[in-house]
Design a protein around this ligand. Structure first.
Ligand code: C2E
Ligand code: MG
Ligand code: MG
Ligand code: MG
Length: 291
């Protein structure tokens, strides 16, 4: 509609609108420089495999260590990066850094599967598959150690194109997950046609579980069941209490992630956190055996 109107009318930008546009261009340029200057950092949030209770992987979450504004969270710059296309450059950096870190953990004897978030914009470039393989090759990481997280909305934009790239990645051994499932109007038919191996249940589904127990439990059980029927594992996001963890395990979720298990942390803290967790589990088991 704006385009049609633009043909016949002189488009007048209000000063506020204009400054908002200028602001965007400025921040996008600043972000581009920040990537090159090494101001981005990754924090990692552990993922738990519920049947075994072992930590099976981590999700890489980007932060911007801004020289004046401090540590910026993704919500402060990812939307803008997506609108301006800078997110493709950002994602290439995240892929390189996350795979490098995963390979280092592997050499240190920590077998972790690392998740990386991919934006919808990346599908349009046609370089996603090559970008992922470049990162794996440079790091010397096996494709099985990487999971790419995509939201359903990103898949919805161009489902056929997305599905084709998903398929190519999975053939090469890289896992794909659907992120934030259940946060919008999830299309079940689309889910069935997407070749993903993991369904990440949005934390809004998990949040209700202790309050509106039967309804939320029914919703989660249905989604987990559908995923399983499509050969997918299911990961509950945003698990904040012991009660939620227990319930989602009962409902058949195979994996969990959330503040109750651990907050996202710098890479340097992950190994220590794992050692402390394993020691605590071992002493709990010993206590139970000797009790
Ligand atoms: P996401 O992929 O769904 O990541 C999970 C978000 O939920 C993270 O927020 C994490 O800190 C938060 N979270 C984890 N457990 C809990 C919990 O128990 N309770 C609550 N309230 N929150 C929890 P974060 O790091 O702020 O990231 C937000 C979003 O930004 C991510 O959502 C993802 O969509 C996007 N994002 C993060 N890193 C990247 C990246 O490298 N590339 C792209 N394209 N997007 C990213
Ligand atoms: Mg994610
Ligand atoms: Mg998510
Ligand atoms: Mg989420």
């Amino acid at each position: 509609a704006a385009k049609a109107a633009g043909r016949n009318r002189v488009r007048v930008f209000s000063p506020e609108l204009r400054s908002a546009v200028e602001q965007k261009v400025l921040v996008a340029a600043e972000l581009r420089e920040a990537i090159e200057a090494g101001q981005l950092v990754l924090h990692y949030q552990p993922v738990l495999h519920l049947p075994s209770g072992e930590v099976s992987g981590v999700e890489a979450l980007v932060r911007w260590q801004h020289p004046e504004r401090g540590l910026l969270m993704p919500c402060d710059f990812i939307p803008l990066a997506e609108q301006t296309g800078v997110v493709v450059q950002l994602t290439r950096w995240v892929l390189a850094e996350a795979t490098r870190q995963a390979a280092a953990w592997e050499r240190a004897g920590l077998a972790l599967v690392t998740g990386v978030n991919i934006s919808a914009a990346h599908f349009g470039t046609g370089t996603l598959v090559a970008d992922v393989h470049d990162a794996l090759d440079a790091a010397g990481l096996a494709p099985e150690r990487l999971v790419l997280e995509l939201t359903e909305t990103s898949v919805a934009e161009d489902p056929l194109r997305a599905a084709a790239q998903f398929a190519q990645l999975r053939v090469s051994g890289v896992e794909v997950s659907i992120d934030d499932f259940g946060s919008g109007f999830s299309s079940l038919s689309q889910l069935v046609s997407i070749p993903a191996g993991i369904l990440k249940l949005d934390r809004s589904l998990v949040a209700g579980i202790e309050v509106r127990r039967s309804e939320s439990a029914a919703a989660i059980a249905a989604v987990v069941g559908l995923g399983a029927a499509c050969g997918m594992r299911s990961l509950a996001e945003g698990v904040e209490t012991a009660g939620q963890l227990e319930l989602i395990a009962e409902l058949g979720c195979t994996h969990a992630q959330g503040f109750h298990i651990a907050r996202p942390m710098p890479a340097a803290e992950v190994a220590d956190w794992l050692v402390i967790r394993r020691a605590a589990r071992r002493s709990r088991r010993t206590r139970l055996q000797t009790a």
